[in-house]
Structures are given as C-alpha cells and as structure tokens.
Design a protein around this ligand. Sequence first.
Ligand SMILES: [Zn+2]
Length: 218
Amino acid sequence: MFVGHYGPALAGKAVAKSVPLWTLFFAVQLVDVAWGIFVANGIEHVRIVPGFTEANPLDLYDMPLTHSLPGALVWSVGAGLVYAIWARSQKRLGGVVIAAAVFSHWLLDLIVHVPDLPLWPGGPEVGLGLWNNYPLALTAEMAVLVAGLFLYLRVTEAKNATGRIWPWAFLALLVLAEYANHTLPPPESAAAAGYMATATFIVLTGLAAICDLTRRAR
Ligand SMILES: [Zn+2]
C-alpha cells in the first residue's frame, strides 16, 4: 500500500485536533521511511523482480525490523512516546493517535502484501495478497484515502483560498503519485528503491504541512 496509508493520517485529525497533519503523514509511513533507509544500506533486503505482483516488482523477502508484527509495535509505541514528550497539548491523546497511526501501516500492509510480513522475526509470514489484483488493491487504497480526506474536511476549515483548494490539489497529486508508482519502470537497485521511497515520503510529509498552514480545526 502506498497512498492509502494517508487515509488513517487524515482521519487522525478527527481524533486529536492538535496533532499537525504533517506529523500524522510522517507517522503512517514511519516504518517505510525506515525500510527505505535500511534496504539502501543492506540492513533489510528486497529483490526487484518485474511482475512479482500485479501492483509492483518488490520481492520483500527480508524486513524483520520494520515490518514484523513486534517490529511495527515497537516503532508505534516509540513514536507515540516521542510525540507525547514533545507535544505542547493533548500529550496523552496525541501520543495514542500517533502510535495508532504508525501501527495502521502494518494493518493496511497486511491487506495488500503477499505473505511477507513476519509475525515475529524468523516466524511465519502473513499478507492477504491484494497486490495480485491491482484494480482491487487500487480500489481499496483509494477508498481508505478518500474516507480519510472526507473526515479531515469535516473537522477542519480553510483559513484562506489556498486552504480551500489545497486538499483537492493534494489529493490529485497523491493519485498521480500512485499512478507513477505503478507505471514507472522498476527501480534499478534495492538502494535506488529505498532512497526513492524515503524521499517520496518526506516530500509528501512536507506537502501535508501546507494543509496545516492553510486550514484550522473547526
Ligand atoms: Zn510498508
């Protein structure tokens, strides 16, 4: 899953209004940000196999630190604690929402990944494999994203014209990013795949900050 992960990020704003959207955008992709850095540096491993699933060419055969169930739980609790220490208001609620946002990544990955998510490092691997049916995977992804956007728009209001337009422009950009992710030629190496992924997540986090600047909680 790629842009669908941002559905829970947008929905998080409905639960804890003080948490900046950019923080939620970063949280939902935290384990993939780490994954990108880890595969680029040989800590975790991926093979590029064109046609591996209908959705993408990634054979994600080794990612125990970022995508095992206990790994995802540790990242979630850690991020929630860091947020709770750092936040100025809604410390406890914000921390819980950030932890849930980080963990939502594993749950959504579970739907689309082929069995490559270890229940524990070295343990059985799970994944419902929706990536083998790209139209279905794309529908699920877009449904989660649009549901999140709908909630976000209900709990926030525009401060100015940019705030009225930006969420829709951002949605169009995310759809475009999903399209590019599916149609561009496969990355040349694991390192390229990793750095591309991490860079993309950081750019999208920056673009989410424009929502924070141009919209406020209702
Ligand atoms: Zn992932």
